[in-house]
Design a protein around this ligand. Structure first.
Ligand SMILES: CC(C)(COP(=O)(O)OP(=O)(O)OC[C@H]1O[C@@H](n2cnc3c(N)ncnc32)[C@H](O)[C@@H]1OP(=O)(O)O)[C@@H](O)C(=O)NCCC(=O)NCCS
Length: 215
């Protein structure tokens, strides 16, 4: 089973979005927890806009021998201090389910205070989404894409790589690639009025942020 990896360019944005809708949108643990969508045809305006805003960035895609997309890593250069992105997203968000996701992300940013952990870095490359076609999972596609974005970050002279892992499998990938876990919190501890508002399925029980310092 061979595949090739290439950068996502402007002409690829809609095909990558279509791929994310049938993979990430349905299977990412937080989106599943809020029951964001059930099929690739649901109204997902808010997340679609976020993806369009993030793509192509410095994202990479994997394609099989027939040219079908089998994996994507959505990546972009971001300032280290970036909570304003979430606040704007919350203000503009229409879907109550997606609002719940953004609220959790804002809590995470405020608790993690990444800007205090890396006061001398003004930017990083954030791996914003990772998705592999269900038929290709657990075959090393994400690990391969992680190696490619690391090389790209080095070539661009960006010192920090960041990934938030809602999936236990993306967390494994980050760990095997030498990332350091700088934030970890069980989803049950994200609470509103004393009640958890994100209930994920095992083994995806912890929200984590990983960083790799490249030089
Ligand atoms: C997370 C996801 C992108 C991983 O992609 P993948 O191509 O299957 O990942 P890989 O095959 O490179 O595996 C990465 C690591 O997870 C492990 N892993 C992957 N699937 C696994 C499974 N079903 N059971 C146990 N371990 C698994 C691999 O062994 C590997 O560990 P290692 O780095 O220690 O060798 C994929 O599961 C997916 O698309 N999930 C839905 C969307 C999502 O949750 N995205 C991540 C949000 S942060």
């Amino acid at each position: 089973m061979s595949y090739t990896i290439s950068p996502v360019v402007s002409d690829d944005v809609e095909s990558v979005l279509k791929f994310l809708k049938r993979t990430f949108y349905l299977d990412e643990p937080i989106l599943r927890a809020v029951d964001y969508c059930q099929t690739g045809n649901d109204d997902t305006h808010d997340l679609d806009e976020y993806c369009r805003h993030s793509l192509p960035g410095c994202s990479f895609q994997a394609k099989d021998e027939d040219g079908n997309l089998i994996g994507v890593l959505v990546c972009d250069r971001c300032p280290v201090v970036n909570p304003t992105d979430c606040l704007t997203a919350l203000k503009d968000c229409k879907s109550p389910k997606y609002k719940t996701v953004i609220r959790m992300q804002i809590m995470r940013e405020i608790i993690a205070e990444i800007w205090n952990q890396y006061p001398n870095d003004s930017e990083l490359i954030e791996i914003k989404m990772a998705a592999t076609d269900p038929k290709w999972r657990n075959k090393g596609v994400m690990n391969k894409l992680m190696g490619v974005i690391e090389k790209t970050a080095r070539d661009l002279g960006v010192r920090l790589l960041r990934i938030e892992t809602s999936s236990a499998f993306s967390a494994k990938s980050a760990e095997s690639k030498g990332f350091k876990c700088i934030f970890s919190r069980p989803y049950t501890e994200f609470q509103f009025d004393g009640k958890p508002f994100i209930i994920t399925e095992p083994p995806h029980l912890d929200d984590r942020i990983y960083i790799k310092e490249l030089f």
